[in-house]
Design a protein around this ligand. Structure first.
Ligand code: HEM
Length: 401
């Protein structure tokens, strides 16, 4: 399935985020680059790309939307055509200012704390349902039996899509986010299948409006004008892509940590009121999302001669573990009080779904800890992490006791 990716020999000048070692354990790689003479790595792969690892550099680039465009936020061999701007393939994440502002504002009411609060009871009921289906087994796969299902159900419910289509959503997500290596034709096919699916759903909502997020978007306006079919379709594609893989990864990584760190697990079972604080620390330490930017014009960035159309990867998880930014950055301190992490990004594109993600993560952990207070990792060698820009466990064998 992959194009040519020889194993990486020198991370400073030939990095590749799809390398198996990067997927399995990127932390020492980021540490090595960060503490070297040049904390911004380079690669000629993907037509040329850079990888900052210090919090200060990741932050400066994320805030500088003049020199670093979001025209594409998934790095692949192909750059989307310039005509894709200003909306881009998945507004608002793929839009630069000034288009970005309206495309983002229109979404925010649907993801406010009040709107998210209304989803908590049904999310908990669904977690309990998944848990009940696991009871009686010794070992379960916490990634496939549990984590991956929760965000799919939540977003499908919000959008008013058929709940039985869960498997299709997951396929779309994996193909689009993890399939960056696919040849352009195969990539177009998977995008085409996603947009065809969305076209049918949106047409159905146009004909039969209801009280859900899809109908809300179809009625929404920016500067007095409705969004239009294309904009709505692309935003919904973003919500599926941004909402599923990310949250599934965060839930899985948190369960991985607690299964392999009995002290932290026991503390959360004994002090459930600590879960919200622990959620922030787990988000920081296992931040799943790395985003990309395209350089808009030649620029010298902290001594790096960046060229127009070079990629820059923004590894928010590496920024979160920068010891210059935070003391004990490499340790998981489950009751860490001051925790200004960037798992949800930095700058104008900061995650619009963060309240929803936090609720899902907290509820998923609370329900799990309540049901399986003594769980442990069943087979450390059986754990598999996804490669690419969204990192989380895709296989997670856990003994539920
Ligand atoms: C733990 C789970 C999640 C993490 C770690 C996460 C992380 C991120 C990050 C790092 C960005 C910034 C992108 C950039 O700078 O290019 C982002 C943007 C975004 N996220 Fe999330 N996300 C999560 C869950 C969600 C959920 C559940 C939704 C909604 C269903 C969502 C919707 C969005 C949207 C719409 C944007 C684009 C905002 C903009 O461009 O203004 N995310 N997310």
């Amino acid at each position: 399935m992959t194009t040519d990716h020889p194993p990486v020999e020198d991370w400073a000048v030939d990095f590749d985020h799809t390398d198996e070692r990067y997927a399995a354990n990127p932390f020492p790689i980021w540490d090595e680059i960060r503490s070297s003479a040049c904390p911004i790595a380079r690669t000629e792969r993907y037509g040329g790309a850079w990888l900052p690892t210090r919090h200060a550099d990741v932050s400066a680039i994320a805030y500088d939307t003049d020199h670093f465009s979001s025209r594409s936020i998934l790095m692949s061999a192909v750059r989307p055509p310039l005509e894709a701007a200003p909306m881009g393939i998945a507004p608002p994440i793929s839009s630069d200012p000034p288009f970005h502002g309206g495309a983002r504002r229109v979404l925010l009411p649907a993801f406010s704390p009040q709107a998210v609060g209304k989803l908590e009871a049904s999310t908990r009921a669904y977690c309990d349902e998944l848990i009940d289906a696991m009871r009686g087994r010794e070992v379960v796969d916490a990634a496939t039996d549990y984590a991956q299902n929760i965000p799919v159900r939540v977003i499908a419910t919000m959008l008013g899509f058929p709940l039985g289509d869960d498997d299709r959503f997951r396929e779309f997500v994996v193909e689009v986010i993890e399939g960056v290596d696919l040849p352009p034709e195969a990539r177009m096919d998977s995008m085409g299948a996603l947009y065809e699916y969305l076209r049918v759903q949106i047409e159905d909502h146009t004909a039969h409006p209801r009280d859900d997020l899809t109908s809300f978007l179809l009625n929404a306006e920016i500067d007095g004008e409705q969004l239009g079919f294309e904009h709505v379709g692309r935003t919904i594609a973003l919500l599926l892509l941004a909402g599923i893989d990310t949250t599934w990864s965060a839930i899985g990584a948190s369960l991985f940590h607690l299964a392999s760190t009995p002290g932290d697990r026991e503390r959360l079972v004994a002090e459930p009121e600590l879960v919200p604080t622990a959620v922030e620390e787990l988000l920081r330490a296992y931040a799943p999302v790395t985003m990309a930017r395209l350089v808009t014009e030649d620029i010298d960035f902290n001594g790096c001669p960046m060229k127009a159309e070079d990629w820059v990867l923004l590894p928010f998880p590496a920024a979160n573990r920068d010891p210059e930014f935070l003391a004990d950055a490499d340790e998981v301190v489950i009751d860490r009080e001051v925790n200004r992490h960037s798992a949800f990004g930095l700058g104008i594109h900061r995650c619009a779904g963060s309240h929803l993600a936090r609720m899902e993560l907290r509820v998923a952990l609370e329900a799990w800890l309540d049901a399986f207070p003594t769980f442990t990792l069943a087979d450390a060698h059986g754990v598999r992490w996804s490669g690419g820009q969204v990192r989380g466990p895709r296989r997670l064998p856990i003994a539920i006791g």
